[in-house]
Ligand binder design. Structure first.
Ligand code: F6R
Length: 608
């Protein structure tokens, strides 16, 4: 999500830190900061906005002398983008400075504990907890403090740490968030991503989960979480800088698809505690949730498709009526909104003009609003009464993948929360739902691992003129997103249809060889959709089916079958969308399209 850089060596650290951070700029950020040990103390400088502001503030690093330091570009998760929330963070007496990527899931609990011990916090971040926790365990040996803190922290973290009393070292720690160490000629570096170090070295060590690196001017030592020294082999990076920014992936879209297991974890795990869904930022008591009469979900594009899925999940689990609107329609149709309604605006960027206007319309009518937003501090996040963040990190590719997946997770959690409050599900059902949710990251990873078969299939369709995506219920919502992905990045005309609607006109477009992707994950509807598949095939369609493992019946009806692992039927979108994303991606690559920046499109649609 954010970017980390650290340096210790012969040269001045600050210019190297700023240069490294500039190489991570593609990740997007809202503030930046560096900490440098100047021979007497650890000095920190921070600035909100682009990195340029920090460079200007420090005269390109010249005002911060010192040969060791750490730096960070922040993509806000906990706490708004601001100077005080920007990293690095100090402990109480400013003898330890920390930069962090990831999410400390139990930070509230740790913060309470540390406050109880007299620590005073200055920021809203989860990261500050790390600095205080390290101070608590520091008894003269930094490694001991780090390993002890690691045993207390839950969640994901890549950390860069400096200790004033051991300024001849920079520490790096990793758990479920990337971190590398670069071995340079005149010094050593840490970074959250390879491009930050490429100017100085191509000899890199990849730190694995729960490992620690201690860097000095001369060398690097690695340890496991118990503090035992471990051996590591360096890798020589031979990518060019462009490829490195994509972490070795050919496109940002592919990289972001592969980030989905982590994105799902980041949006999900901090909100499941002791078998309960906890959405602190929702700020709604059970009574308030019960009083909600109707939910209006308003969004654009893929976010709208996520909203269509949410309708099935909310209505099914929480038995609350849901209307889903395109934001551009909602704002001009004079919607009927009542006092006890809740308007949910879904948006990755938080800046989409129509979604923002819809939010303002709802607020102007005195209706409660909730934003499901990815970009912290964006307009929708700021203006909605409440905001639930999807922690997908910056999304660079125009076609959304990981942010969409995170939106689905946020909706599932909200729906379960509503269902619990409204007493429409039993404790046992909730247990099963949460169990299935927690399996999703691994299942998505498995689906991504099967990309070869989809790539092979996609190569057969790069010359297709029309493709149809069909399904019933939630499968229809998945079809909509599958269809949008294909058309926007491959420029192939595609349409999504409710499978039962085909006979009312659209089936006349089916010709010999027309590709139809049928999504068949809703067990109760298997037979109905299979009948539609048979009708399509008898008119010449070639049918690709995406269905659940075990639905062998489908092999008799469809031409090509992709199986997704078993999950609760409310959550199948999270799995079925993966092969459809991969299919679109490989068709686009096969056609030689500009995958990350499709023609006529922009990442953030800030005009009507
Ligand atoms: C499609 C896509 C768009 C966005 C839409 C809304 O891949 O990314 O359809 O989903 O423009 O954008 P946000 O979510 O930023 O409001």
């Amino acid at each position: 999500m954010c970017g980390i850089v650290g340096y210790i060596g012969e040269a001045q650290a600050a210019p190297i830190l700023l240069d490294g951070l500039s190489k991570l700029e593609y990740r997007g950020y809202d503030s930046a900061g560096i900490a440098v040990y100047d021979g007497e103390e650890i000095r920190v400088q921070k600035a909100t906005g682009r990195l340029k502001a920090l460079s200007e503030l420090t005269h390109d690093g010249a005002t911060m002398p010192g040969v060791s330091g750490i730096g960070h570009t922040r993509w806000a998760t906990h706490g708004a983008p601001s100077n005080v929330n920007a990293h690095p963070h100090y402990n109480q007496d400013k003898t330890i400075a920390v930069v962090h990527n990831g999410i400390i899931e139990n930070y509230m609990k740790l913060r309470k504990y540390l406050e109880g011990k007299g620590c005073q916090f200055v920021s809203e971040t989860d990261t500050e907890v790390v600095a205080h926790l390290l101070a608590r365990y520091y008894k003269g040996d930094p490694l001991e403090a780090v390993t002890k803190a690691m045993h207390r922290m839950e969640g994901s973290y890549a950390l860069g740490i400096i200790f004033k009393d051991h300024a001849d070292k920079v520490y790096a720690v990793r758990k479920d968030s990337p971190m590398i160490v670069g071995h340079g000629k005149d010094g050593n570096l840490i970074a959250s991503d390879v491009p930050a170090v490429l100017k100085y070295t191509r000899k890199v060590y990849f730190i694995q989960n729960e490992e620690i690196a201690a860097l000095t001017k001369e060398g690097i030592t690695f340890f496991n979480v118990d503090g035992d020294e471990i051996a590591k082999e360096p890798t020589t990076i031979d990518w060019d800088v462009n490829a490195a920014e994509k972490g070795g992936y050919e496109h940002f879209m592919l990289k972001e698809m592969y980030e989905q297991p982590q994105t799902v974890k980041d949006t999900l795990n901090p909100r499941i505690r002791d078998g309960e869904v906890v959405i602190e930022e929702l700020g709604m008591e059970d009574g308030e949730i019960c009083a909600v009469n109707r939910i209006h979900i308003v969004a654009c594009g893929s976010a709208y498709h996520a909203g269509v899925t949410a309708k099935y999940v909310f209505e099914g689990l929480a038995r609350v009526p849901v209307e889903v609107d395109l934001a551009s329609e909602f704002r001009y149709r004079n919607p009927i909104l009542q006092q006890d309604d809740l308007v949910i605006i879904i948006s990755q960027s938080g800046e989409t003009a129509d979604s923002l206007a819809a939010l303002r319309e709802a607020k102007a009518r005195g209706i409660k609003t909730l934003g499901i937003v990815n970009v912290v501090g964006s307009s929708i996040a700021r203006e909605a009464d409440r905001v639930m963040y999807t922690w997908a990190g910056p999304e660079i590719a125009v076609a959304t993948t990981k942010a969409y997946s995170a939106q689905l997770i946020a909706e599932y959690l909200l729906a379960i929360k509503f269902a619990q409050a409204r007493n429409t599900v039993s404790a046992q059902e909730v247990e099963g739902l949460l169990r299935d949710l927690q399996k999703l990251p691994e299942q998505i990873e498995m689906l991504l691992g099967n990309k070869g078969r989809i790539q092979h299939f996609a190569n057969r369709y790069i010359a297709a003129k029309d493709v149809f995506f069909v399904g019933r219920g939630i499968d229809y919502a998945i079809s909509m997103e599958g269809s949008l992905k294909l058309k926007e990045i491959s420029y192939i005309h595609s349409e999504a249809y409710a499978a039962g609607e085909l006979k009312h006109g659209t089936i006349s477009l089916i010709e010999e060889g027309t590709l139809v992707a049928a999504v068949v994950t809703q067990e109760e509807l298997y037979k109905k959709t299979i009948s539609n598949i048979v009708e399509l095939r008898s008119r010449g369609a070639f049918v690709l089916a995406v269905t659940n493992t075990g639905n062998r019946e489908i092999e008799k009806a469809a031409d090509y079958v992709i199986y997704i692992p078993q999950t609760n039927w409310y959550f199948t979108n999270s799995l079925a969308i993966i092969p459809l994303q991969l299919f679109s991606y490989y068709v686009s690559v096969g056609k030689g399209c500009d995958v990350d920046k499709p023609r006529n499109l922009a990442k953030s649609v800030t005009v009507e």
